[in-house]
Structures are given as structure tokens and as C-alpha cells.
Design a protein around this ligand. Structure first.
Ligand SMILES: [Zn+2]
Length: 190
């Protein structure tokens, strides 16, 4: 049993009501435990609310005198669109130009996950990742590109099965210097 909040009803009870509102029989075998499972799933998919940049980075910053572009390609991305509570899934590419500090590569993937596992719009997600990486490593430039398919587009409404939405945020030298941006784009497209 889920812990009951002092006021109001639990997430499980809300899910039960939603399923009933669909006209379903909540007592049948396949659905009886669904509210509980749905709560667990939704809490996992939104666990980014419980995380912080500080706890994720946890000191994994290293000194480096390299100023060459560092790029992390094809980070898998699973998020939930805040307008429909449906998934959008795709890839995220992150690049930065260090000036003294670098960050462990797995930490970049975890930063992507932290923001993706919240209710999101793709544009804001892209910006949050770029600004966070920029802030943490003190980079002279950061570029982030997200390519994603939105189930709210694929399964309902316009039913555009193959449309991919691309968003990008370029900060610092990625914004100012066309050559830097071009290098990033050509590395991503390979
Ligand atoms: Zn949507």
C-alpha cells in the first residue's frame, strides 16, 4: 500500500479513477494492480525531480589543458511531454570547448537523464542541458542538439509517424564562431 498523504488521495487512487473513467472494470485481473504499477512507472520516469546537478556530478571534474572540442554523441533520450504526458524519445548530442576543466562522459549522460526524466518540452530540455554543462565545466562554448520523435504526434492528432523534431542550443563560441558550430554539426552527422 502506498503511504497516504495527509490530505487528498494517493497517486494510485488517482490512476484507479482514471481507469474507471475510461469505462473499464478495475477489478478484473489484468487491471487490479495497474494503479500500483502505473504509479511506480510514472515515479521512475519523473525521478529527475528528486535529483540535483550537484549530486550527479559529485566531484567528477578533472583538470585538463586541452581546448579541443569534446563531443558526446547519441545519448539515448526518453522524456515525457508536459502537454500530453506521452513519451518523446530520441538522441541527444552534447559538445563543449573546455578551458581548464573537463567532466566525466557518463556524467553528461546522467545530466541528460536528470532533465529528461521530468515533464518537459524539447526546447526547454535542450536549453537546460546546455546551460548546466556550460556552468559546471566553465566551457568557452557548448552545443546541444536533440532529435526526437513525439508519441503525441505519432499516435494522435496528425499521426505523423516519421517526423523528427530537432532542437539545438548553441552557447558561447558555438554561437559566435561558425567554424566551431560547423565542426560540431559535421561530427554529429557522421
Ligand atoms: Zn505532446
Amino acid at each position: 500500500m502506498a503511504a497516504r498523504l495527509k490530505k487528498g488521495i494517493t497517486m494510485q487512487e488517482h490512476f484507479k479513477k482514471i481507469i474507471e473513467a475510461l469505462g473499464e472494470d478495475i477489478t478484473r485481473d489484468g487491471l487490479r494492480d495497474t494503479p500500483q504499477r502505473a504509479e511506480k512507472a510514472l515515479k521512475f520516469l519523473t525521478q529527475g525531480y528528486q535529483q540535483s546537478v550537484k549530486s550527479i556530478v559529485n566531484g567528477a571534474l578533472f583538470e585538463s589543458d586541452s581546448d579541443e572540442m569534446i563531443i558526446v554523441k547519441d545519448v539515448e533520450l526518453y522524456s515525457l511531454c508536459e502537454h500530453h504526458l506521452l513519451p518523446f524519445i530520441g538522441k541527444c548530442h552534447v559538445a563543449y570547448l573546455p578551458q581548464g576543466k573537463i567532466i566525466g562522459l557518463s556524467k553528461i549522460a546522467r545530466i541528460v537523464d536528470m532533465y529528461a526524466r521530468r515533464l518537459q518540452v524539447q526546447e526547454r530540455l535542450t536549453k537546460q542541458i546546455a546551460e548546466t554543462v556550460s556552468e559546471i565545466v566553465g566551457a568557452s562554448g557548448v552545443g546541444v542538439i536533440i532529435e526526437a520523435k513525439h508519441l503525441c504526434m505519432m499516435m494522435r492528432g496528425v499521426e505523423k509517424q516519421n517526423s523528427v523534431m530537432t532542437t539545438s542550443v548553441m552557447l558561447g563560441r558555438f554561437r559566435e564562431d561558425r567554424r566551431t558550430r560547423g565542426e560540431f554539426l559535421s561530427l554529429v552527422q557522421k
